[in-house]
Design a protein around this ligand. Structure first.
Ligand code: MG
Length: 296
């Protein structure tokens, strides 16, 4: 397990004391209500989150704010890009057979369980690509554990950690709520998904991600924020959304600490997060380099 993962886990565990409320046992009601809103026929629904965190730009919501409105639930189409073969100029990162394009944080052999055409997370740290890209199109498929004991951030948590600095959250958001900026498809801790098109646990789901790395000039001044477009099960959940800074809880950025940018090369690896060993499955992962810098 990576050190930052350990820190994040332990901090989150300790932070549970600060969690405001607990999830209602039944989450069958429709989404789209703010945390604390009344559930028909029942007590106000409590959603995990924090109010003692920094305010995000705009001054309306705290980071991980339980009161930030829940994205509306959308039922996705049956398949969209599920099973999409890679275009001719794509690099296949995982075809269901081996992890030779992946490595551990320290450059060791990626040792997650490959079986039956997919890979299952093993609680031995995230795995990251050997390759790096500045601006890319990424396709990946994942499915959430069908056996789970947790809720919210403890339910099928993983993530696409771009450069281990910017997370597109993966978590089981099907009929299970957490703070809006921590749901599946969120720029974790910063930008909730526009809507919630999550499928049930055990079903394959797709992320199609278009990523633009941040840029700095020679003086070290930020000239372009990191931005990302995300299609989740074929539904746009992020539309050129900009990161406020690097994601809290990964890459040395403390959990619940305000996002900041620190200069780095635009070329970044793609990492799949091991979050406390939640056994998320992945398959059909491929990437296309957009070569934007060469075109400008
Ligand atoms: Mg995560």
């Amino acid at each position: 397990m990576r050190i930052q993962d350990a820190n994040r886990s332990s901090i989150r565990l300790a932070g549970n004391l600060a969690i405001i409320g607990v999830l209602a046992a039944s989450l069958s009601s429709s989404s789209g209500q703010a945390g604390g809103a009344s559930v028909a026929g029942g007590a106000p629904e409590k959603i995990e989150g924090y109010k003692d965190t920094p305010m995000l730009p705009g001054g309306k919501w705290h980071m991980h704010d339980p009161d930030r409105p829940q994205p509306a639930v959308v039922t996705p189409g049956a398949a969209f890009s599920q099973g999409a073969p890679p275009p001719s100029d794509a690099e296949m990162l995982f075809d269901g057979k081996d992890l030779s394009k992946w490595q551990t944080e320290r450059g060791g052999e990626a040792a997650w369980n490959v079986q039956d055409g997919y890979v299952e997370i093993v609680h031995n740290g995230g795995i990251r690509t050997k390759g790096k890209w500045a601006d890319f199109q990424l396709h990946l498929e994942f499915s959430e554990p069908t056996v789970t004991t947790g809720h919210g951030q403890a339910r099928g948590n993983s993530g696409v950690l771009i450069g281990n600095l910017y997370e597109v959250q993966i978590v089981d958001s099907y009929q299970d709520k957490t703070y809006a900026d921590g749901q599946a498809g969120a720029l974790y801790g910063q930008v909730p998904p526009l809507v919630n098109p999550a499928k049930p646990p055990g079903e394959w789901q797709t992320y199609d991600i278009i990523w633009n790395s941040p840029r700095w000039n020679e003086k070290g001044e930020l000239t372009q924020k990191a931005s990302v477009t995300v299609l989740f099960n074929g539904v746009v959940v992020q539309d050129k959304s900009e990161y406020i800074g690097s994601t809290d809880g990964i890459g040395g950025q403390g959990f619940r600490q305000a996002p900041v940018y620190k200069p780095h090369p635009p070329e970044v690896f793609i990492e799949l997060q091991d979050h406390n060993g939640n056994k998320v499955h992945f398959r059909n992962i491929w990437v296309r380099d957009l070569h934007l810098a060469e075109r400008s």
